[in-house]
Design a protein around this ligand. Structure first.
Ligand code: NAP
Length: 336
């Protein structure tokens, strides 16, 4: 992936009026808006620059693009944010102290930055089945990313677990390589969009096993590798074994809120709580956008919309506290 023209050469400033954490659609959109508000935002990309869209293939629901590859879309967003003046850094925030202002972020590189306002856009991470055998074969036949690992399954049989958009998209993508794709879902209907379901049911390489859960991933020890998956019918209790060289787990995502757990109010199993209709979190000056806070829509376009809202909320908050155009503040406490 190409990167913004400046990050490698530009030294990280000691202080920023707006610090954006995360580089998915929410983070980059917040960076575009905050840059245009002359807030000179600093954006820290995190472990996966570009976020979840960098591990998808075709995106067909980004307005203005009938079809675009996820990684290409994110390269464009990064370039857009950089062109507007955002300072983008390939680094990860490892610790964020929101107890007092200015807020303090420590980075994986050992650097440190303070900020008047923070926009959190750390997104979400893939969920796992939490089986011991899944853990054992991770990287040796068990994956959560078909676009990353699908290529290894040319003319092999694979199982995809899940019934949402991700599972159906991964199953469809895997038919490019695999000889057979079995989708295992715990219910008798999918929650994926109808257009994707239609493609799935029409694809002769895909077989769906309904009402089943995965009990165990089985395989060889030497070399370590998957050979089959043991399933249980949730209605009858009967078990069956399905041959598989690869297992792709696509059962949804969990918000990446570890950085702020214990500091910000969370709800619905870890999503950052924001005031309805805004991106304001439980700490004044801290805003959250995208999959980190959205447990309902979770779309690239809604994340981008929330990124815009977060930048506008931050701009207003800074102006209300006389910091919109201010230089680096002293350590004085600012009233909420
Ligand atoms: P999702 O929509 O939350 O679906 C997760 C699926 O995994 C559900 O079918 C769920 O079953 C199943 N599941 C959850 N926990 C499970 C477990 N422990 N064992 C077995 N199955 C389990 O997640 P997603 O597919 O990753 O999508 C996340 C969001 O991103 C959605 O809003 C989706 O629309 C969006 N997305 C959009 C696109 C697109 O527009 N092209 C592509 C990918 C994702 P139940 O159905 O029984 O709950």
């Amino acid at each position: 992936m190409s990167h913004a023209p400046t990050p490698a050469e530009t030294a990280l400033p000691a202080h920023s009026r707006v610090l954006i954490v995360g580089s998915g659609p929410a983070g980059y959109t917040a960076a575009v808006y905050a840059s245009r508000a002359m807030l000179e935002p600093v954006l820290i990309q995190g472990m996966q620059p570009g976020g979840q869209l960098t591990i998808t293939t075709e995106v067909e629901n980004w307005p203005g693009e009938t079809e675009i590859q996820g990684p290409d879309l994110m390269v464009k967003m990064e370039a857009h944010a950089a062109a507007m003046g955002a300072r983008i850094f390939i680094d990860t925030v490892t610790r964020l102290d929101l107890k007092a202002r200015p807020f303090v972020a420590e980075l994986d590189s050992g650097r440190r930055i303070t900020a008047d306002a923070v926009i959190l856009a750390t997104g979400a991470q893939a969920r796992w089945l939490e089986l011991e055998s899944e853990e054992k074969f991770k990287g040796f036949g068990v994956s959560a990313c078909a676009t990353c690992d699908g290529f290894f399954y040319r003319n092999r049989e694979v199982v995809v677990v899940g019934g949402g958009n991700t599972a159906v998209e991964e199953a469809l993508f895997l038919t490019k390589f695999a000889s057979k794709v079995t989708l295992v879902h715990r219910r008798d209907s999918l929650r994926a969009e109808k257009i994707l379901q239609d493609r799935l049911f029409k694809n002769p390489k895909i077989n769906v096993i309904w009402d089943h859960e995965v009990l165990e991933v089985q395989g060889d020890e030497q070399p370590l590798g998957v050979t089959c998956v043991r399933l249980r019918n949730l209605k009858t209790g009967t078990e069956q074994t399905v041959p598989a060289d690869g297992v792709f787990v696509a059962i949804g995502h969990a918000p990446a809120s570890e950085l702020v757990a214990g500091q910000l109010e969370l709800h619905h199993g870890g999503y950052v709580k924001v005031e309805p209709g805004s991106t304001r979190t439980s700490i004044p000056g801290v805003f959250a956008a995208g999959d980190l806070t959205d447990h309902i829509y979770r779309q690239a376009v809604t994340s981008a919309g929330m990124g815009c809202m977060a930048a506008l909320d931050a701009e207003r908050w800074l102006a209300d506290h006389h910091m919109a155009g201010a230089p680096a503040p002293d350590e004085a406490e600012i009233p909420a």
